[in-house]
Ligand binder design. Sequence first.
Ligand code: GLU
Ligand code: ZN
Length: 346
Amino acid sequence: MTNKPVRVRYAPSPTGYPHVGNIRTALFNWLFARHSGGSFILRIEDTDVSRKIDGAVEAIFDSLQWLGMDWDEGPDVGGKYGPYVQSERLKKYRETAERLISQGDAYYCYCSPQRLDEMRAEQTRRKQPPGYDRHCRNLNQEEKDKKEAEAIIPVVRFKSPLEGQIRFNDLIRGEVVFENATIDDFVLLKSDGYPTYHLASVVDDHLMAISHVLRAEEWLPSTPRHLMLYQVLNLEPPQFAHLPMLLGADRTKLSKRHGAVAITEYREQGYLPEAIVNFLALLGWSLDDKTELLSRKELIDNFSLERVSRTAAIFNKDKLEWMNGVYIRSLSPDNFVQRSLPFLNS
Ligand code: GLU
Ligand code: ZN
């Protein structure tokens, strides 16, 4: 592994307002970058046009700013690897998809939504694992010409290897192995000309010289797909680290009713950003087995992936209340007054 400069990214999709889970990912990336003197990059992943929400990009900026997570490159500040918004990079994804087709690592799929629905229903009936049945993988020229003549706009699918394994060393979880046979011929480019998350993520992480991908564990199943793409594109992949899941106090997946609301709602309720940062840092990372209160500087100085746990982190709202109280009581009288003003005026 070459010693590349540390460059990490926070890559939210503007499909909602960032909540605890998203911001914990942002924070770990930010702490990792600041600890190592690397760069923290903000990239907006807006390739799912139908799920875009008005105001979400502004809410992302606002949330990071409120918590004091500054970014070195991003849509508003620019940088030499821009643009940092995926909808402005469509040409790059198309070029890569075309390259993969000409190399024989991807193909056009003309299947209609109806055919895919029937295929899925059939798979469910037969209790088969879901996934594209590779119908268009081996169309002959005549069949392709026929589809083209029908003016169907195809999607581009990846030709996943049918056998073998993908192995990688996750910096938190250790060695991870996936059987290639479990991975279907996933879509790279949709018929609307937008890339899927998989294609866009790989193209951008490469072009933006990302050294480490730190993302939530729910993305782990995507990683073998990404590694397959790096392989056929003959590119060195970044290193991967999947952050432990967040659960509510009842040990179910963290949701709104546990407090996973927009992070800025905490600001409105009077939480201090320093308390939120301290609290979020401990969702999966620890300094030792006792220290709870850490300043921003202490977090930066001490953050390391070695101390990120593999087991799920529990979001404990009572602990957040307690911590916020500690931070409020430690404010100087002047500071306390200053920071109370916005609440008194309203
Ligand atoms: N756009 C994805 C998200 O919303 C990014 C996942 C990743 O970091 O690769 O979380
Ligand atoms: Zn097809």
